[in-house]
Design a protein around this ligand. Structure first.
Ligand SMILES: [Zn+2]
Length: 110
């Protein structure tokens, strides 16, 4: 079952931890705490070792949807438009195709 992630950070943490609870040791003691403040709302989550590891793993796996890799020229971040945010180079296969076409057009006699 796939559900949309909640827009609210506190609700997202509650849902995330609810997924872990059935598999966690009921006697497990909290090893970490995460405080979340959203506007006037505040929630404090006490995480067992399993929950802390799960959150760490989830954070480590996350990739920004606008992340299209690294620039082949300068190593800067490339966005969805395949343009390097650092040097402005058009990257990837599309960028190479456009650059190749531009070079061909530039070589054409008028
Ligand atoms: Zn670059």
């Amino acid at each position: 079952m796939t559900t949309q992630p909640p827009a609210d950070l506190i609700e997202a943490m509650e849902q995330f931890l609810a997924q872990i609870t059935p598999y966690d040791d009921p006697a497990a003691e909290p090893v970490a705490a995460v405080d979340v403040r959203v506007g006037r709302l505040h929630a404090s989550f006490r995480l067992t070792d399993r929950a802390a590891r799960a959150l760490t793993e989830a954070l480590g796996r996350w990739t920004d949807p606008d992340d299209a890799g690294r620039c082949g020229d300068c190593g800067g971040p490339v966005g969805r438009d395949l343009v390097c945010r650092a040097c402005g180079r058009l990257d990837g296969i599309f960028g190479a195709t456009v650059a190749h076409h531009a070079a061909q057009v530039a070589d054409r006699p008028d």
